[in-house]
Design a protein around this ligand. Sequence first.
Ligand code: SAM
Length: 315
Amino acid sequence: PASVKNAVTIPRYVRVNTLKTTPDHALRHYIRSGYRQVEEWSKTVMQDPHLPELLILPSGTDLHADALYVRGDIIIQDKASCFPAFVLNPPPGSSVVDACAAPGNKTSHLVARMNNQGKVIAYDLDARRLDLLKRMTGKAGCNIIQAKHGSFLETNPKDEALSQVEYLLLDPSCSGSGIISRLDHLADVATASQSSSEWEEKDRLVSLSQFQISIIKHAMTFPAARKIVYSTCSVHAQENERVVETILASHPHFILAPRSQVLPTWSTRGETKSQGNLTDEQLDSLVRAYPDKDRTNGFFVACFIRRPASISGYI
Ligand code: SAM
């Protein structure tokens, strides 16, 4: 909603591309360039308390001419949109699908966490955005990405390469209602549009949530899938908690990963206000972010894991 979009300013978050440099090196670069390091949030430069690869600079900092940005050593990315790859955390060497990947901020984050070892198959329906993904992930030094133009929904999970995939990141089109800074979010606003009436808005949310549910359901048919992260930049429960509820009701072989595995120190969790069937424990395992409270874009993350008994040797 407009009130959310204009209510606050958020800092300039930059994710250090650990394929090319270290948070320490980038931090020293900014201190040398005249930034003063502080231990508290705002003002100058600090390392994020939740994500070690994230630095926080003042709101509105223009880094487009910054040496680290030009070299691809940092990626300008909102904090909350770094949560999905951080939570999925595929180990180096693993096989990963990024289902709705372009323009690729989360794809390059996955590759960084995997230290460029393994495989990330990245799908997107939009050819132009997929080209941008190739350019951006190339600049970031990623070399384990197979970029595929097409619908994730039309992939065959039994194909040889896909049948090995254990980790899936699902960041489908959403209403974009959490976005407050358009500049950083070419990724997330692409499919967000303005509705002219409340009814149109309701219809749009219904069809978006049906699409989001179909993406998660398809991911859950991947035979080796053990961890699936779903995210939106929406503040609407209908695209978030309600989607999770629908999935859990129809897919008993998947459960929500406990809070201890999903940013345990992040205090903003699943929304309890709206009517729903999720237990307190389930809501606690979901992650929310709000611009006013958290100084990030509005965001939602759910992490599904295969029910331990149905995967041998599951850790
Ligand atoms: N994950 C991206 C990032 O962090 O840079 C942002 C993804 S954006 C929120 C959603 C993307 O889903 C859009 O690029 C859109 O083209 C793509 N998309 C929509 N339907 C799709 C489908 N059926 N299969 C694959 N991609 C799809």
